[in-house]
Design a protein around this ligand. Structure first.
Ligand code: ADP
Length: 262
C-alpha cells in the first residue's frame, strides 16, 4: 500500500546568534492509510516542530515530506494552502472553533471551504458528531458547551472533509480522564475505519493504548519506535507489566520487561 505520509531525512535547524538548535534532526518515517501513530517525548524533543512541518505550516531546513505522494515543498504557496485544506485535518490544543457558528456549522464549514458541502456531507457531519457524543448539541454555540465537548467538535472538524492525514496536537489536554479515553478511542476507530493516516502528539502516555505505533522523540531525533501491542500496552499502563519471574517449569515464559517512558 502506498504511504499516506512519507517523511525523508527531515531536519529543522534554528540559528539565533551563535546558538544552533536542531529542533528536528534527520527524521524519517512513513505512515500508511488506516494507521494511527503517537508522537511522544519530553518537552523540547521536537514534537511540535515536526507536527508543524507535517502540516506544511513550517518548511524543513532539509528533507522532504510527501502526502499522498505529493511533495509539500514543491507546491507554491497557493497550491500548498489548497492542498493542506483538502488533504490534512487538524486538531490543536486550542480548538479554534468559530465562536458565532453552531457546533454543526463549525464542522460543515470545512466542507464549505472545500466546495464539498452537500446533503451527504451534512448527514456525515451529524453522524460524526453523534458518534462523538454531541448529537444533542448540534445547534449550540461553542461557548454553550464544555471545553471537552469543544475539543470533540474540533476532532469532528478534522475528519469531516475525508483528509488523507489527520494531525492532532494534545487533543485530550482539556478533557477529564474518562472523556479523554473515549475521545481517543473514537478517534482511533475513525482513523482505522476511514483509512486516514493519523498522528497524535501527546504527553499523556495512557492514551497510546489506542495507537498502532509509538514514536518516541529525544533531542529532535527518533529515539525509539514501539510497534508491538505488548510494548505499547506497557508504555500506556506500566502497572500491567511489572517483570514476571520466569517460571522454571515453563522455559518459554519470558519476563515482560517494561519499556521506560523516555
Ligand atoms: P516539543 O514540542 O517536543 O516540546 P518543540 O518542537 O517545541 O518541542 O521544540 C524543540 C526544540 O526546538 C526546543 O529546544 C525549542 O526550544 C526549539 N525551538 C522551537 N521553536 C523554535 C524557534 N522558533 N526558534 C528557536 N528554537 C526553537
Amino acid at each position: 500500500m502506498a504511504a499516506a505520509l512519507e517523511v525523508q531525512g527531515v531536519s529543522k535547524v534554528y540559528r539565533n546568534g551563535g546558538a544552533v538548535t536542531r529542533a528536528v534532526d534527520h527524521v524519517s518515517l512513513s505512515i500508511e492509510p488506516g494507521e494511527f501513530v503517537a508522537l511522544v517525548g519530553p518537552s523540547g524533543s521536537g514534537k511540535t516542530t515536526l507536527l508543524a512541518i507535517l502540516a506544511g505550516l513550517l518548511n524543513p531546513t532539509e528533507g522532504t515530506v510527501k502526502i499522498d505522494g505529493e511533495e509539500l515543498s514543491k507546491l507554491g504557496e497557493r497550491k500548498r494552502a489548497l492542498f493542506r485544506r483538502q488533504k490534512i485535518g487538524f486538531t490543536f490544543q486550542a480548538n479554534n472553533l468559530v465562536p458565532y457558528l453552531t457546533v454543526l456549522e463549525n464542522v460543515t464549514l470545512m466542507l464549505k471551504l472545500n466546495n464539498r458541502y452537500d446533503e451527504a456531507g451534512l448527514q456525515r457531519a451529524k453522524d460524526l458528531l453523534a458518534r462523538l457524543g454531541l448529537g444533542d448539541r448540534l445547534h449550540y454555540l461553542p461557548r454553550q458547551i464544555s471545553g471537552g465537548q469543544q475539543q470533540r467538535v474540533a476532532i469532528a472538524r478534522s475528519l469531516i472533509h475525508l483528509p488523507s492525514l489527520v494531525l492532532a496536537d494534545e487533543p485530550t489536554a482539556s478533557l477529564d480522564t474518562e472523556r479523554a479515553f473515549q475521545v481517543v478511542e473514537t478517534f482511533a476507530n475513525l482513523i482505522h475505519e476511514q483509512k486516514r493516516a493519523g498522528v497524535m502528539v501527546t504527553h499523556d502516555l495512557r492514551m497510546v493504548k489506542y495507537v498502532d505505533r509509538v514514536i518516541q522523540m529525544l533531542d529532535g531525533h527518533i529515539e525509539r519506535v514501539l510497534d508491538s501491542r505488548a510494548d505499547i500496552s506497557c508504555l500506556a499502563n506500566p502497572a500491567d507489566c511489572t517483570p514476571i519471574p520466569v517460571d522454571a517449569l515453563d522455559p518459554n515464559a519470558a519476563a515482560q520487561a517494561c519499556p521506560s517512558p523516555y
